[in-house]
Design a protein around this ligand. Structure first.
Ligand SMILES: [Zn+2]
Length: 328
């Protein structure tokens, strides 16, 4: 390859030629993956950090792409595009990332949510590869805790062919979430667009329904993990306060979708929020709390590794990501 002439003109004019030159130097599989729009391999998508004696590992499950139009229920598209531009993100579509947490504490391995499994967008489904790259084995998962029952959080628990991915895990779910999604009357009354979500919940949990352990908000459900009811996104949507020694963290689950939109504008509601006003009230309350307490947070749909702190900014907030560290 010719040495690249570093000038702005070359950067603008030469983009096509440069891309072509790079592709020629790549292994065939890489070029093929790019052509199909599949995710290109980075380093494995896991990231470890500590809260007191608890070791957390963020496990990435790729992303799903979503047009911006119609994504925020109660804001003008022009304002949503402006928020994207202010965050240096493309103003046409949003890449919604998925990041679950593995929690090592007291010799036990607990998961909060499980990703898309083999049911998500072609750009998702990288969870197991990243989980095993982090040194974990699905057989050693002792507990799986679910924040809520949307497909991107539960489908990784059971493959489409019925295979249970974590054969030795106890399963813990919010009681309010179970009551809603497992209610046949609610399923029958739901609009057609929502019937698939009810079916998905039954596919994942049906075979183990009698063994599922339900929990209420306000209770310590495992040592150092307290469930807090955070309804609105779904009826039983739950966040989790982690505590170990002086360490504290709030696992915010889907309290917000992408922070550039909904941490910045907490009164906006994503199309996935089942009760928009309730979700917004919950969001503001939790963001107020974690910013006042300077508490570390983790979000399911924040840019990887999806953890940081919340600072007040104007009428909203902003997520300040953690600084990457090579050793914990
Ligand atoms: Zn979600």
């Amino acid at each position: 390859m010719q040495p690249f002439e570093f000038s702005r003109r070359a950067l603008i004019a030469g983009t096509g030629a440069l891309a072509g030159a790079i592709t020629l130097d790549l292994p065939a599989g890489f070029a093929r993956a790019q052509a199909q729009g599949a995710p290109v391999n980075q380093a494995p998508g896991f990231y470890r950090y500590k809260i007191g004696d608890i070791t957390l590992t963020a496990i990435n499950d790729g992303f799903g792409r979503r047009p911006l139009e119609g994504f925020v229920r109660n804001a003008e598209l022009a304002d949503v595009k402006k928020a994207m531009e202010q965050a240096f993100l493309p103003a046409d579509a949003l890449n919604i990332t998925f990041t679950t947490l593995a929690i090592e504490s007291g010799g036990k391995l607990t998961l909060i949510d499980t990703g898309n499994g083999d049911s998500g967008a072609p750009t998702s489904g990288t969870w197991m590869k990243n989980f095993t790259a982090a040194g974990f084995d699905p057989k050693n998962v002792s507990t799986v805790v679910f924040s809520h029952f949307h497909g991107d959080h539960i489908n990784g628990f059971r493959l489409k062919d019925g295979t249970a991915v974590f054969p030795n895990a106890e399963v813990m779910v919010p009681a309010a979430e179970w009551a809603f999604w497992m209610d046949d009357a609610k399923m029958n009354a739901a609009p057609d667009a929502m019937k698939g979500a009810f079916g998905g919940v039954r596919r994942v949990f049906g075979p183990i329904a009698k063994d599922v352990k339900q929990f209420e908000g306000g209770k310590e459900i495992l040592p150092g993990i307290t469930a807090i009811a955070a309804p609105g996104h779904t009826p039983g949507h739950t966040v989790f306060a982690l505590a170990s020694g002086t360490g504290r963290m709030m696992v915010m689950s889907d309290t917000t979708n992408h922070p550039a939109l909904f941490v910045r504008n907490p009164d906006w509601s994503a199309v996935f929020d089942m009760d928009g006003p309730q979700a917004a009230a919950t969001r503001r309350k939790l963001l107020d709390m974690v910013s006042a307490d300077r508490m570390q947070v983790a979000f399911y749909h924040a840019p990887f590794p999806a953890t940081g702190h919340i600072a007040k900014a104007g009428n909203g907030f902003e997520l300040v990501p953690v600084q990457w560290t090579p050793a914990i």
